[in-house]
Write a protein that binds this ligand. Sequence first.
Ligand code: SAH
Ligand code: SF4
Length: 425
Amino acid sequence: MATASFDTARRETRAVPPIEKAPEVTALSRLPGRKRSLVGLSRADLKQALLEIGVAERETRMRVSQVWHWIYVRGARDFAEMTNVGKGLKAQLADAFTLDRPEVVSEQVSRDGTRKWLLRMAPTGAHDHNRGAEIECVYIPGDDRGTLCVSSQVGCTLTCSFCHTGTQRLVRNLSTAEIVSQLVVARDALGDFAGQMPSKDGGEVGRLVTNIVFMGMGEPLYNLDAVIDAVAVMSDQEGLALSRRRITVSTSGVVPQIERLGLEANAMLAISLHAVRDDLRDELVPLNRKYPIAQLLEACRNYPGVSNARRITFEYVMLKGVNDSDADARALVRLLKGIPAKINLIPFNPWPGSKYECSDWERIDHFSEIVFNAGYASPVRTPRGRDILAACGQLKSETEKLRARARMMLEEGLGAEGFYAGGDD
Ligand code: SAH
Ligand code: SF4
């Protein structure tokens, strides 16, 4: 694939990976002349929006509750559906706002039922060529749960050497609304709003999306304000109503933000550990040079609310010949001693141009046995959605790749129109 060589070339030119480059742009809520969508807003922002169109302060409490219910419980797509909102206010709302979701550019369904959506956000301006940034979001159905893997940024400023997202050039933070909208889109697509899931006997059956993991594109702790607000909206019991205990935020180890995540989002924590020695982790997760393993584990020990009932998940990607020896497994167990922990072994998901291979199954078996014997249950994460490149670390929008290539062609004076028009890549 032509794009693979481009990715590889670019990685090689980055002699020193940027460790903590701030995301370049935060999403603007609207461009001049565009109506803003109310979907994904927090209660405070929804109140502000209502004040802007002249709703009296004393009425806002009731009005916010009404509109909130229609958006987050019923999945309303049109203000006309809001039967308990007066005609005048409905007209005012429709005049000033929309209930638009991000555009679903494509939906892929894997043989195992995993679904991946490519979503185009509303345009934010010159940064995304007035076209709207694109992100991916994945739904993984299970026996007793349905997990939605959401993105917190477009791309990622970090450059973990085994991760495809880290090769994406266009990077910006997602807004709270853009993060929450991923759940709204998933519920739309799955028919997972109240009243849309009738069972055979006419009653309502359980929800399809029960869990959220912030394991899509981006480093959530570099966009913590928006992530905290998004967790609040997703777990609002009069709205989307997920349990905070079923929302997990995964970080590559932004140590100074970990405590705040616990205090303000009260979400479950996952740490992308991947190595037991600093020299190796420096290479795999370059942020380790700034916040080494000892500091990271200290922050875990102090994570607000951590207990045997609320364990921290340690993710460990299995890289052949790199971090997968028996000695590594034993060191891992020693390292985590005393921390209420779960260990999640992730088979490495290769992507075009990646320099690693996944450990053999036999090796993973051995490794997991050592971990199991130390008291950690069923630690290997089954790869899901492999046929649609939906697995961990593979998320990188095709259109972003097209755009990168189109940009290159533009720079070379070849013109990009063909690629925007839907090239054959
Ligand atoms: N930036 C955050 C969350 C997104 S990545 C973080 O790094 O934790 C979600 C998980 O996928 C992380 O554990 C990450 O290390 C892992 N991952 C990235 N690339 C992968 C790949 N190619 N194969 C398997 N896991 C990968
Ligand atoms: Fe970013 Fe996480 Fe990928 Fe590292 S693993 S580059 S932090 S998305």
